[in-house]
Design a protein. Sequence first.
Length: 444
Amino acid sequence: MRYNAMFVAVAKELGEHYYSSATARAIELWSRMYRGHAPWNSSNTKSSGVASSIASEAARLITIELKGELTGSEALSAEFDKLLPKLRRFVEYGTAKGSLVIKPIVVDGAITTQFIQADRFFPLRWDSSGNLIRCAFADQLRDGNTIYTLLEIHSFENGVLTVQNRLYRSGYDGLLGKRVPLSAVDKWAKLDDEGKFTGIDRLPFGLFNCPIANNIDEDSPMGVSVYSRAVELICEADKRYSGESWEYESKETAVHIGSSMLRYDKEQDKYIYPGGRNELYRAVEIDSGAVDKPCLEVYSPEIRHEAYKSGWNEQLRRIEFACNLAYGTISDPNSVDRTATEIEASKQRSYTFICDCQKALETALYEWAEGAAFWLALSGQNSAYDMKLEWGDGILANPDAERDEDRKDLANGTLRPEEYRAKYRNETVEEALKNLPQSSEVMQ
């Protein structure tokens, strides 16, 4: 689905939209970059995969130590247990494209979850407090040259949630086309045209926004891609990557051999090269009057590996800075020629950004739980729940450095031996006290 074209079509059909077409174009660009099909990618400029690597690493850091528990409603607890293991994959889509909707629905009495990416989601209206109160989701089905688009429109106003389903048929990508009955597609034939509900104070889903200021539309509360400020840098990285690839390809060892030294096969209309790989040899014409021109010459120029490697790494570091990542996250960690202060500052920058992302994701998960509980209550099921999330601090902690500090505290008496043992032997303080050696030697 061409997002920008669909954005224009949806805005025209529904008569309102929140963000500008510039933001819609940016979402389409981020999506193409993530898939390795940026506008500048071609046969000469290949994708280096940097964009998807950034999103993947950000998602890993956000969810690396996430643990959660949901008790109370069995139906909600079961769905939460299914949701948590696959969260990292969808958070990656959210960091790449700027936002992610975590949308609970009830199917045949069971709660399930849809993850809707930014290029299938259209924010339409926000209230004065910055809460989303109207939006549309797009789902498409292709039947030959015919494209069916389902718009699911959610609105919240005066305490009433309204959900509308509209189906459109078109022969062109990016156009809604003509509105048709829901019965035109079996998949959506059982949906209601409209439903109104009370008993909830917001739209019934979680919205994760990548917590970076939107420098494309400064008035928009929507998130932007984790690499939104590194688009030009990634474009240059793709060019450098392609240049390095061409460096290796263009300087493959070859043997220039005079055509007069080769046998010509008239039936196959080609020269017969000596044994081995044919691509090793290149037939050349040598003038009979040429002076000091060898009939056999090896072509094996030196590859500028170190120069390309250094330039490539420096470009990755610029991208890391623009994307709030620590040096060495996607660049070579063994060649980070920065001062200790710069490296520590980059780690702190990354830590702060990841913490902000975790807070945003936690809010979205609690919103998801509220929405799921609402739909369960409507279906007459137990919806009471209690949810706890733990994120850990592994993205910043250095186990070796932490243990060294604890040893110092142990030596100067600010940390008791049983506390030290309990921490590093996975024991309770009482167990550690019993298991301490009789001597007062400092444990290593």
